[in-house]
Design a binder for this molecule. Sequence first.
Ligand code: CU
Length: 157
Amino acid sequence: MRTLTFGAALAAACLTAAAAPAAAPTIAASGAWARPTPPGATTGAVYLTLTNHGKAPDALISATSPAAAKVEFHSMSMAGGIMRMAPIAGPQAIAPGASLKFGPGGSHVMLIGLKGPLKAGAHVRLVLTFAKAGAVTVDAPVRADAPAADPMAGMKM
Ligand SMILES: [Cu+2]
């Protein structure tokens, strides 16, 4: 009887331990939005903030979207008066309590090979992959009232 009770307690403890890691999402996505694209556009930009609410460092590795053939993370920089963008190489670390921000004029999530225009009012799904948190799905609304300062338009100058 004593052995049986101990076995049951052990089984309960194992179940609790197994359930714990999945219960607490550590990466939160906030303020996600996408810029509408004109007909025929092959690329689009998504902006969002990713915050690490966990106690360990994590890193953003890659992303996919059903709306595009490929998703890249780009940084922006001014060179000789021309705004340039370049893919961000390697995993992007996010320390505990820190945020990774993608916003107009700065870095952005670039959709390459759009399967159709991003229409205001629709949503773009992103599946972000993190080193520890795994896959995080975000549905970014396509904003009709997108800010006027358009880094994508600036790049064409
Ligand atoms: Cu870009």
